[in-house]
Design a binder for this molecule. Structure first.
Ligand SMILES: *Cc1c(COP(=O)(O)O)cnc(C)c1O
Length: 429
């Protein structure tokens, strides 16, 4: 039933657009790719969110992957309350920061030293500066469709929001800066070898999402990532695994553990803050010792290692270390992906899906893509119809065909079953 009554979401969107560009504080939230009114969220708990009109959704956006233990987990909320009571920010070191850094280094052994920051963008931006400072070289290799935050050097043929709006390279990045970013095709080993053959002496580092989650979901092939590791070692370039999304989302050992590849630097974010602004970069001791004040590469942050945010991160990281956490998360995510695939088949919709740990990709094409070009072949209009039909029926997928989806530990068989039932109707739209 459609209604002519103005919803509270509509009213808020009108008001927001008068004071905030496009009414949102991060582009994809504006629903431009899928059309319609963004849902203003009033609260969230477990696998659910509620919008300003009081409508409940099964949430597969999960605050872009941060909500791996589910929304408002009682243990996380309690940790935040306790920390807040002791003061919101000190701008001086705390014991909890050491605890989180030690834990990250224990779980991700490639990180001999770790520094905490407040966003994934800060982490990747600093990792690049560090690669350049360490090697004394200017150029960075990235891959088309990978998103590494909105630092100048990295907003060249980026994925995610940038991709959603069809201008993956941002205005306002001087050509002198963009010119130092070499963009290659994801999973194209020959092209990577060629780039090193031609420019090895100038390449400071290679940054990659080992499992790309910002052009929907495309796994790096083992051969591609292994060769990348070898080439970086051979030519003294810094290999940066951007695990802001995959870190503690695909498993406790992160993507690097799954592949058995040791990067020189790693960036983390999303899950490690449990919904609060915490991110990190870390890696080889000799490289990390270049960071100020030990070394000449500058990086700082008023709110870095914020005690309330770190408390949320630590509480979340405690939960994900419980035995069987990722086994169950993977099982539920696989069940969702299989259910959706069957539903699509029933409706004769060309569709495929896949999952890695607690993240998944939905593709409106017959087989899962293995390259950026194949991602581009997905039927965007079919996705948009599916998205709105699901949303209307109380299932919230990310509002873009290029975003990955996320299951949390709070999603049970009941929510997954309900989602598949909704999908049968939504595919039929
Ligand atoms: C989300 C994301 C970022 C950026 O993190 P922000 O906290 O949004 O700045 C960087 N890299 C990857 C792979 C991401 O998924």
């Amino acid at each position: 039933m459609s209604t002519t009554m103005t919803s509270r979401n509509d009213t808020l969107f009108d008001r927001a657009q008068r004071i905030i560009p496009a009414g949102v504080n991060s582009p994809v939230r504006a629903f431009r790719a899928v059309g319609g009114t963004p849902r203003f969220i009033a609260r969230a708990e477990g696998p659910h969110t509620w919008d300003a009109d009081g409508k409940r959704y099964i949430d597969y956006m999960g605050s872009w992957g941060t909500a791996v233990v589910g929304h408002a987990h009682p243990k996380v909320v309690e940790a935040v309350r306790e920390a807040a009571g002791r003061g919101l920010s000190y701008g001086a070191p705390t014991e909890a920061e050491i605890e989180l850094a030690e834990l990250l280094a224990k779980l991700v052994p490639s990180m001999a030293l770790v520094r905490l920051v407040s966003s994934g963008t800060e982490a990747t931006m600093t990792a690049l500066r560090l690669a350049r400072g360490f090697t004394g070289r200017p150029k960075i290799i990235k891959f088309e469709g990978c998103y590494h935050g909105h630092g100048d050097s990295l907003l060249v043929k980026a994925g995610s929001g940038a991709l959603t709006f069809g201008n993956p390279s941002s205005a306002g990045v001087p050509p002198e800066i963009a010119g130092h970013t070499i963009v290659l095709s994801f999973n194209d080993t020959a092209q990577l070898e060629d780039a090193f053959r031609k420019m090895a002496g100038e390449i400071a580092g290679v940054i990659v999402e080992p499992i790309a989650g910002n052009m929907n979901l495309v796994e790096g092939s083992a051969e591609f990532l292994r060769r990348m590791r070898d080439l970086c070692t051979q030519h003294g370039a810094v290999l940066i695994f951007d695990e802001v999304m995959t870190g503690f989302r695909v498993g406790l050992e992160c993507a690097q553990g799954r592949y058995g590849i040791t990067p020189d630097l790693t960036t983390l974010g999303k899950v490690i803050g449990g919904g609060m602004p915490v991110a990190a970069f870390g890696g080889r001791r000799d490289i990390m010792e270049c960071v100020a004040p030990l070394g000449p590469v500058y990086q700082a942050g008023t709110l870095s290692g914020n005690p309330v945010a770190v408390a949320a991160g630590l509480a979340t990281m405690k939960i994900v270390q419980e035995p069987g956490f990722y086994d169950l998360l993977s099982l539920h995510t696989e069940a969702l992906v299989e259910g959706l695939t069957l539903a699509a088949k029933k409706c004769r919709v060309p569709f495929s899906a896949k999952s890695v740990g607690g993240m998944f990709g939905l593709f409106f094409r017959a087989t899962p893509p293995t390259s950026f070009a194949e991602v581009m072949q997905c039927d965007k209009d079919a996705f948009n119809r599916f998205f709105h039909a699901a949303l209307e029926r109380g299932v919230y997928f990310a509002p873009s065909a290029f975003e990955a989806g996320f299951v949390s530990a709070a999603h049970t068989e009941a929510e997954i079953g309900d989602t598949v039932s909704v999908a049968v109707q939504a595919f039929g739209q």
